[in-house]
Design a protein around this ligand. Structure first.
Ligand SMILES: [Zn+2]
Length: 357
């Protein structure tokens, strides 16, 4: 009787120990991550979390499990700046880019699109550049079409950005560079129902407002913002059933060619913030920590990855991808070019933005 009781008691203890050990592992992993900015942890991931595709959190504060890579080269696209390892997204995002690249060619956009940053393999904050692009549902597209001769990996590091604006004028599109095809390509990107917003420079938005003769409703999705003069930004809405994805407010009705655009042509967005000479110096903003992100992001960071990049590279329907063999491609070690997507220091972000941004 006594021995039986003992053996019955031993099993839960053994189980408890197993749990305790597992728990200790989790705690130690979390402890080692503590204090390190989330951008370092997410920026260091080479491959995605192997899981069903799930964005967690919002575009500027979140992460993604189950991201897939767009092949570095496709029939109608090339991914740029490969060394950044930011060609990862929700499979719906990658599928959309493939579709858009074909539609762009139909519109006369060279031999396809040049794709800038999408997200890091597990999303999350980045060491450089964007505040958003964190959940695999944002992608940057160059205002430069893919040339007929494919760019080499090195050329994709080095190719300079071409701004669509006149250098010496305030918020003015350069007529020598901007064409109807540019307009059609941007509007095409906005026309897909799963696309919620397109971000362009205010000068480009104004150009579209002044010249677009087609459906005006779709123009409302095209939103003015700083930068975005050498590339435009496609933002998809949260995919169906993605419970962890935090949606943005809907774009206001109308074409957006209104006060919210006129505001950009005032001094306010471009003025230096007023300083109170008596104010204490503001504390240095604390870098975003894992604990600031949705809880699931700690798991996304710890989750197992796939055995190879190839396994998680998107395979376009029915197509052999000239570059998918390039899954074995190793990003060249080259000096990074200057961050093109960062806001220049002389352009402070104003405290208030018009609604709907
Ligand atoms: Zn972007």
């Amino acid at each position: 009787m006594h021995t039986m009781k003992k053996s019955r008691g031993a099993r839960p203890l053994a189980m408890a120990l197993t749990f305790a050990c597992a728990f200790a592992t989790v705690i130690s992993d979390t402890a080692s991550a503590e204090g390190r900015p989330a951008k370092e942890l997410f920026g260091g991931m080479a491959l995605p979390a192997k899981a069903a595709p799930s964005p967690y959190g919002s575009y500027a504060k979140g992460c993604i499990a189950g991201a897939v890579a767009i092949p570095t080269d496709g029939p109608t696209w090339q991914a740029m700046r490969l060394s950044r390892n930011r060609r990862w997204g929700h499979p719906e995002m990658i599928a959309l880019l493939e579709r858009f690249s074909k539609d762009a060619v139909q519109l006369g956009w060279g031999s396809g699109i040049l794709i800038g940053d999408i997200s890091q393999p597990r999303g999350g904050p980045m060491l450089s550049g964007h505040a958003s692009h964190q959940i695999g549902l944002d992608a940057d597209i160059w205002f430069t079409p893919k040339p007929a001769n494919p760019l080499s990996a090195q050329q994709r590091e080095d190719l300079p950005f071409t701004s669509m604006l006149e250098k010496d004028k305030f918020l003015t599109v350069d007529k020598r560079l901007w064409t109807n095809t540019h307009a059609r390509v941007v509007v095409q990107a906005a026309s897909y129902p799963q696309v919620e917003r397109i971000f362009v420079n205010p000068a480009i938005k104004k150009k579209l407002c002044d010249t677009w003769t087609g459906d005006r409703a779709v123009l409302g999705k095209i939103r003015p913002i700083y930068g975005h003069d050498a590339h435009f930004h496609i933002r998809m809405r949260c995919p169906e059933g993605a419970a962890g994805c935090k949606p943005q407010a809907a774009v206001p009705p109308g074409d957006g060619c209104d006060q919210s655009l006129a505001w950009w042509f005032t001094k306010e967005p471009w003025a230096a913030p007023k300083k109170d000479p008596n104010a204490k110096p503001a504390p240095k903003p604390r870098a975003m920590q894992i604990a600031d992100l949705p809880k699931a992001c700690a798991m996304v960071l710890d989750a197992q990855g796939p055995s190879s990049e190839y396994e998680v590279t998107y395979q376009a329907a029915g197509g052999s991808m000239p570059g998918s063999a390039a899954s074995a491609f190793t990003a060249p070690s080259v000096a990074r070019v200057a961050e093109p997507f960062e806001l220049p220091a002389i352009v402070p972000v104003p405290p208030a933005r018009p609604a709907g941004w």
